[in-house]
Design a protein. Structure first.
Length: 245
């Protein structure tokens, strides 16, 4: 995990540098003539690696996991099948993730990336300072019980500071905490729609309309109620406020 984050942080410094020039791409297998050519080739490899690993980093270290799970629960509870489409839900989750994580990313840039670009600190120090805001975010949104679980599995001593918490322990603890929180929110979302389904089913049974699927009748009512209460506004507001930054 540390190697992945090292590559991720280095890519930020590469693209954020104001004096950076567009590197030339040479697909030949010839040896580089100068050290600068070697560095350019390595930078290209690092960028390509980051493009492949970026989705995984977003999943394990940001608010994206909770958002996409809750949106999936909402769609299932409403019974709209594939509406909204997965593309829309993922895009909305990404946009909200950037909104929520912006203060964390800004702090990481000001304390690590910017000083590194100005050659005021070394690479190892830049990594430690750059990853610390993300660790603080994950710790604030991780249950102590979940963190203790992985400490017991590894038989590690209790940490005294945030720097003592390794990412190999923090990341899985953060993920299962996010999943539990998302499932709790999903349960609360299901309840009002479940009540509508039960009421519609009872009315249809009382009218003797056994062959009519209750979903066909309850779906318009679900959509109507969700629109009347401004459901997207309420849901997004509560989701954003549920994160501690």
């Amino acid at each position: 995990m540390k190697k992945i984050l090292l590559l991720f942080l280095f890519s930020l410094t590469l693209f954020a540098a104001p004096e950076a020039t567009i590197p030339t791409v040479n697909l030949s297998l010839s040896a580089p003539d100068t050290p600068n050519q070697l560095v350019t080739t390595l930078n290209i490899i690092i960028v390509l690696t980051i493009l492949a690993l970026a989705p995984s980093i977003i999943f394990v270290m940001t608010s994206f996991l909770r958002l996409i799970v809750v949106f999936s629960f909402l769609r299932q509870a409403m019974g709209t099948q594939s509406m909204p489409p997965n593309t829309i839900l993922i895009t909305l989750a990404l946009i909200l993730t950037f909104f929520i994580m912006e203060p964390v990313a800004t702090k990481s840039y000001n304390e690590a990336v910017k000083p590194y670009l100005e050659e005021k600190i070394g690479y190892e120090e830049a990594f430690a300072k750059g990853v610390k805001p993300f660790k603080e975010f994950m710790l604030k949104n991780t249950r102590e019980k979940d963190l203790a679980l992985f400490y017991r599995i590894r038989n590690l001593p209790n940490p005294k500071t945030i720097d003592d918490v390794p990412l190999s322990v923090l990341v899985p603890a953060f993920m299962i905490s996010e999943l539990k929180t998302a499932f709790e929110i999903g349960f609360l979302i299901y309840l009002p729609f479940l009540v509508i389904d039960m009421v519609v089913s009872s009315v249809l049974m009382a009218m003797g309309m056994m062959m009519l699927p209750p979903v066909m009748i309850s779906l318009p009512f679900k959509l109507l109620i969700f629109v009347l209460v401004d459901g997207w506004n309420l849901l997004v507001q509560r989701l954003v406020e549920s994160f501690v930054t």
